[in-house]
Design a binder for this molecule. Structure first.
Ligand code: HPA
Length: 278
């Protein structure tokens, strides 16, 4: 064992994966709410439930099934997280990013993040897609806090281009070819699990956020730290608190995500297919 507990745990998980599967992915995909059945669009060659990986954090949210899928999107080798872990479930922030780092250790060069989010931008409608161009971490611990894992990256990593410009162009061109309207904007992360108050949403809008959610940002920070290229798309499932008369509910979010899912899956598939060439 080394002297960094975070790295030791990662390596233990990695060895546990490699005892079962030798697949080397290029793109790591994280599926947000509503995209759980994306597996049907992947030519799956292997599956690994999180529970079979020693020490791996396991999710508790209804609708989040926990397993890695290995396979091909068109001819691009991918590993896909079906079910992610969230900070609000009570895991340490280091555990929340362990799966991301594990997919990096498996060989993934690109991280494709997806999520369900609330729309803050006045022009957004439920079932819109927003490509993430930048993010804000709000009142949330940084996943790199603690002794730096030198094997992964530097102590003070640059974050001036978290979401890769070339990957953004790939997603834009896939959306244009598919004739799927694509919004763009800044995703702001709060820990949840409570939805925001209307006053918080006004604050977030003033800060320059276009959409709000409870995931993605910490994974992006950890992935940037270890040198992955990152891209992300939010499915706008509802207008944020205070923007309509309706109270927010997880059920509403899931229903909207399910309705948007076929287009979301097409955009994801066609974007990933193009990433074979970058
Ligand atoms: N706020 C936070 N997270 C969310 C929302 C929201 O309005 N919708 C979907 N995820």
């Amino acid at each position: 064992m080394g002297n960094n507990a975070v790295y030791d745990k990662l390596e233990k998980c990695y060895q546990s994966v490699r005892e079962k599967i030798d697949f080397v992915p290029k793109v790591a995909i994280v599926l947000g709410s509503g995209l759980g059945d994306y597996a049907n669009d992947i030519q799956v060659v292997a599956e690994l439930p999180y529970t079979e990986i020693a020490d791996f954090p396991v999710s508790t949210v209804p609708g989040h099934d926990g397993r890695f899928l290995f396979g091909y999107v068109k001819d691009v080798p991918v590993v896909c997280m079906k079910g992610r872990v969230h900070y609000y479930e009570g895991y340490s922030i280091q555990d929340v990013v362990l799966p991301t780092r594990l997919m990096y250790r498996m060989g993934a060069k690109i991280l494709f993040l997806t999520n369900a989010a609330g729309g803050i931008d006045d022009s957004f409608q439920p079932a819109d897609f927003m490509m993430i161009t930048d993010h804000i971490a709000c009142f949330a611990p940084n996943p790199l806090i603690g002794p730096n894992v030198d094997e992964l990256g530097t102590r003070f990593p640059d974050m001036s281009e978290i979401y890769d410009k070339e990957l953004q162009n790939v997603i834009r061109s896939a959306a244009a070819e598919d004739q799927i309207p694509l919004r763009e904007g800044v995703y702001v992360y709060l820990t949840g699990p409570s939805f925001e108050s209307p006053a918080e949403i006004r604050m977030l809008r003033t800060m320059g956020a276009s959409a709000v959610g409870m995931s993605t940002v910490v994974e992006a920070i950890a992935a940037k730290h270890c040198g992955m290229r990152i891209c992300g798309i939010s499915c706008i499932c509802n207008l944020a608190a205070g923007m309509t008369e309706n109270p927010l509910s997880h059920q509403e979010v899931q229903e909207a995500a399910n309705i948007a899912a076929p287009k979301f899956k097409k955009l994801l598939t066609d974007s990933v297919a193009k990433m074979g060439a970058v």
